[in-house]
Design a protein around this ligand. Structure first.
Ligand SMILES: [Zn+2]
Length: 188
């Protein structure tokens, strides 16, 4: 049961890694912009925007204040658009991050934009985050790599005639480990 759960988690992480590679490669040819409205109250409506562009995933959470004309997606539906890559996104993010005294650690950058006069006349409140696709790939690869390493380690132990679970010498009892009780799978 425990092992099955671990297999499932490693597999899920592998799928995330495959998605990360796909997004990374794609982001050098097409930019993807996803807008998700997340609610409305007396102040205006809030949204999440995801932009995948040139190897970086930008995540913004914001709110358009009510007294300002809504620049996009007033209908309350989420939408996804695929457009040619936008070479200015990175620079714009950097400038805004500088303006709002943002932070950056190992390529992951974020800032809080409380009021944004640089947004072309409309205002928003919220925060933004930029994560390089390389980071997503690196993080999601750790578990699948550990899974493969564990498999190889166990296989080597089995071939050597020792219990893959606890390392006990199994030459006298090849079917079942007398130390930890693990049933042994034969490898020819
Ligand atoms: Zn054992």
């Amino acid at each position: 049961m425990k092992r099955r759960l671990w297999n499932l988690i490693a597999l899920t992480s592998l799928l995330v890694a495959i998605v990360a590679v796909t997004i990374w490669i794609r982001s050098h040819f097409r930019a993807d912009v996803i807008n998700i409205p997340t609610g409305q109250d007396s102040l205006g409506h809030s949204w999440i925007e995801l932009i995948s562009n040139e190897g970086v995933l930008y995540w913004s959470r914001g709110k358009n204040l009510r007294d300002i004309p809504q620049p996009q997606h007033p209908g309350g539906q989420w939408d996804w658009s695929s457009i040619p890559t936008i070479p200015t996104v990175r620079q714009e993010f950097r400038e805004l991050a500088k303006f709002f005294h943002g932070s950056e650690i190992a390529g992951i950058a974020w800032f809080v934009d409380s009021l944004s006069p640089m947004q072309g006349g409309w205002r928003q409140t919220g925060w933004r985050l930029a994560i390089p696709d390389a980071w997503l790939l690196a993080c999601s690869s750790v578990l699948p790599a550990a899974w493969v390493a564990q498999r190889m380690f166990r296989r080597r132990r089995r071939l050597k005639g020792i219990c893959p679970q606890c390392g006990y010498d199994l030459r006298a009892t090849p079917d079942r480990c007398p130390e930890c009780g693990t049933q042994q799978i034969k490898i020819n």
